[in-house]
Design a protein around this ligand. Structure first.
Ligand SMILES: [Zn+2]
Length: 291
């Protein structure tokens, strides 16, 4: 007999006014109209002047590191076939400042696209990067509630895989790939940098939550070769990108079963930074509270 993992959730008696309680209006937790808005027209104008300075190709089931100076752009592109990427971002000058996917989700929603920003953790809580172009913006939200580029998944990892399957640790999960790439880049042992790997932006991944059980689901990514997601670096960035062993994440991950493809990262320099934009590294911008 298959165990019903949700049986215990139904183990309570609804009150007489349950329907009225459920009908309370939903209120947006973090209205974003007061957030400092990126000047997208200035970013778009700067995009017209980009020159490619460096290109790296991340092999399937591996990860690679790249650096982007504040005021430049970077583009993650699908090449050869549908592929999902797991992205970590660090302040290149101080890796204790890193991407905070949970707060990014609270501010911008479960999936992010053009005009949304990738925020860093406390105490800085500032934009690390701004999405300036997304060729998959057409996808929107599908009938299952799925959308692309999520900040709800964490990253596939050998520990959860072992917990669920009991099998051997699979060391080409995104967590392992990101850890090894950061160790190589910094010249430190894997054990020293593993705890720096954090929850990701799932680039090109199509995900959502099931309506009936609220479980995290994935479905085949709509990405095609040539599709890209492009970012503006608000601060000096160290990026780490894993080409997920799930490939297009249509069926499975955490194994060698799925068909996988490389991903390309291009570092792009504008002729001049966007009009009105100032590098936070130049004006000593820092909001830490000295706790
Ligand atoms: Zn993965």
């Amino acid at each position: 007999m298959i165990r019903d993992p949700f049986a215990s959730r139904r183990d309570s008696t609804p009150p007489a006014d349950a329907a009225a309680r459920r009908a309370a209006p939903a209120v947006i937790c973090y209205p974003t109209h007061t957030l400092p808005a990126p000047d997208m027209a200035a970013y778009r104008a700067a995009r017209e002047t980009l020159s490619a300075r460096e290109t790296i190709v991340v092999p399937p089931r591996e990860a690679g590191c790249f650096e982007v100076p504040a005021g430049w752009f970077f583009r993650i592109r699908s090449i050869e076939g549908p592929q999902v990427g797991d992205l970590n971002l660090f302040n290149a000058r101080d890796r204790s400042e890193r991407f905070y996917s949970g707060k990014t989700r609270a501010l911008h929603g479960t999936h992010i696209s053009t005009g949304d920003r990738l925020w860093s953790g406390f105490p800085r809580l500032r934009p690390m990067a701004t999405i300036v172009h997304d060729t998959l913006a057409w996808y929107g939200i599908d009938a299952d509630g799925g959308a692309v580029h999520d900040v709800i998944g964490t990253r596939c990892d050998p520990y959860t895989h072992h917990l669920l399957s009991g099998g051997d640790n699979y060391h080409h999960c995104c967590h392992s790939n990101l850890t090894r790439a950061l160790a190589r880049h910094t010249g430190q042992p894997v054990a020293n940098v593993e705890a720096e790997i954090h929850d990701v932006l799932n680039v090109f991944m199509c995900t959502g939550f099931t309506r009936d059980t609220g479980q995290y689901f994935m479905k085949a990514s709509p990405v095609r070769p040539g599709d890209f997601l492009e970012f503006f670096a608000e601060i000096d960035l160290l990026g780490v990108l894993s080409a997920c062993p799930g490939g297009d994440c249509s069926s499975t991950h955490s194994s060698d079963a799925a068909r996988c493809h490389p991903l390309e990262v291009t570092i792009l320099e504008p002729q001049a930074p966007p009009a009105g934009w100032r590098s936070p590294h130049m004006n000593g911008y820092d909001r830490s509270h000295g706790m």
